[in-house]
Each structure stands twice: as structure tokens, then as C-alpha cells.
Design a protein around this ligand. Sequence first.
Ligand code: PMP
Length: 380
Amino acid sequence: MTRSFLDLAAGPVKQLAPYVPGKPLSELEREYGIRDSIKLASNENPLGPGAKARAAIANAINDLGLYPDGNGFELKQALARRHGCTMDRITLGNGSNDLLVLLAEAFLTPEVEAVYSQYCFAIYPIAVQATGATGRAAPAYPESHAMAHGMSLGHDLDAMRKLVNDNTRLVFVANPNNPTGTWVDTDALKQFIASLPSTTLAVVDEAYIEYAVNGSNTDASKWIDEFPNLVVTRTFSKAYGLAGLRVGYALSSAEVANVLNRVRQPFNVNSLALVAATAALDDHEHLQKTAQLNAKGMKQVLAGLKELNVRVYPSACNFVLVDCKRPAVEINEALLRQGVIVRPVHGYGLATHLRITIGTEQENARMLSALKHALTPLAP
Ligand code: PMP
């Protein structure tokens, strides 16, 4: 009897559902036969790379015949300067996603556990499950939870802590979190990390930290000296505008970095990504422009959504979570037909919610008008 390759796959892999990314523009245009569509589905920077990164990329083209610097010396040096740490505390990744997976590969086995929050970034449960470890999702703050006590749908650190035991190797905290946009209080996060067993690594994912506004701007990277079990991940995919190049990094103790380097592919960050990220790190002007555009766009989108009888969650990111109060898959389909790609998040258990990235002023206006149209019941 022939068996399918799915049957032959490693036990935990058989149970995995693949991550569903935002629809690429080219796919929408191919499938729907339309043009001039816009994508507000993957929290990318509408400005793309800044001038310094673009120049660095152009300069590096001639070296593409060579393998990249597998140790990423220059980028690590620049990051070490930025974070005031030694280079041996930095691990580079093919996007920060790579680092999340490396952490799972390096520290999880079927005998141990990992903890994350309900509605957390979808890669955490996938990375955990792939190793056969037991993943435990702590209930998020319920919808009814007032802002004063915490954020609806956000990480409830007390609930997460209750799931941690001596067998827990990893705890994932996205601050702020995707897809909810929620964040945790600085002191609460610090106390949470301090309360963990010394054998549990706290992974604080700061993919959106550059968009943070007052109250949501916790920078856990400052604590890596204090907590040997803390790992902070960052990315160049969001505010730095380099999502297509794939580069991120982790800050940790030198010991944890050493472990991650054992499972890392030797050339996991490509040469263009290395030079572009090094240049982008110093492009304060571009970062500032990005943050300003996002703040202005967020205002525009929030004002527009207010008119539409939807529920909008507070966000410290470059996207908003919107409860359309109707099956979001249908609303999404109506948006796609108008050439607007956003992200339905039913995969997270949020069946009536859409996650919408803040774009340029024109993109936001087009999205708002398409959403209004999609939410308007058809005339009988
Ligand atoms: N963490 C969070 C919270 C994210 O939203 C994302 C991207 N969607 C990532 C990590 C991974 O991003 P990248 O691999 O591009 O760095």
C-alpha cells in the first residue's frame, strides 16, 4: 500500500496548518483580472526602504557573486553600538521570524512546554508545534476588559504566568502584538520576566517598537544584562521598510546567542539585507518620516472608521484591528473585488475582524471608501 507523504511527515508536522500570509498584489490581479490594486495586509512600510538603504543595495550588486559575511560583522557592529552591548549577544536572522523558529528548534523538544497568549502572532504556536513541544495558550483579556485594567484581546501576563512551570522553556510576549495592536505595561512586563523560572526564556518580540507611542514604548532590550533568560527580537521588515529583504535580530545573553548560532544556517542573512540593514539603522530621517506618516495615517483611518459602525481596537502599531460585526471573510471578498487587500484574521479565532495596515494617505482613503462600500447592504 502506498502511503502519502503527509503520513510520512514527522508527527508534529502532520498536525500543522501552514501560515497564511497576506495576498500578494500580483496574485489578486491575476485572480480577479484587475489592476492598480493596493495591499494593506502585511504591515509593510508604505514608503519602502529609505535613501541610505537604497544606495547601499545599489552599491552591493557587484558583490552578489560572493557568499554573504556569515557572521554579519558590520551589521552586528552597528547593532552593538545602537544597543550598547557586545556583538556576541546578537544573532541575525532571515527576518525575525527566523529567530523565533531558531529559538523553538534550539530549546524545544516533545518533553517540554512553551507559553503564549491567545491571539498572539501566529508563528509562535506554529514554531512550537513543529518541534512536538506542548504549546499552552493563555486566555487573552476578554472583550469586556476595560482599558484601565488591560487591553481587550491583549496579553494577560498573569494568565500567562499561571501556565508557566519548571518544564516551560519559552514564553512568547509580542509587545506590541500582532494582530491585536495591544501592548503591555513596562513594569508589568519587567515583573513578569523577573518572576519566571531561570530555566524559562522570555522571548519579547518587538517587531513594531519603532511605531510605539507614549505608554507603549517599552524597550526590553535594555534589560538583557539584568535577565540572562531574556531574548528580545527586532526586525527591519516594518518601520525600516525592508520586508522583502528578510532581516531581523535577537538580543540575548552571549550564551543563548551561542546556542542559536548552532542551529542557524551559515548564510541565513543575504548580502543585500546585511548592507541595507546596516545603512537603514542610521537613517533617522527615514524612520522619522515613517513614524510621522503612520501617526497621520492612523488618525485618518481612525476618523474614517468611526463613521462606519465598526469596533476599532487601540493600536501601538502600523495597523488596526477592526471588528466589522459581520463575517469578515465576506467583507474581505468585497474589498478584494475593489482591489483592496487587507487581512481577515479568522485563523486567529476572530471571525468578524479585519487587520488593516496603515498606508499612504491615498491608500487609506481608498481603503476607507472600499470598506464603506463593502459594509453597505445592497439595495433590494
Ligand atoms: N513578530 C511579529 C509580531 C510580526 O507581526 C511579524 C511579521 N508579521 C514578525 C515577528 C516577523 O516579521 P519578519 O520575519 O519580517 O521580521
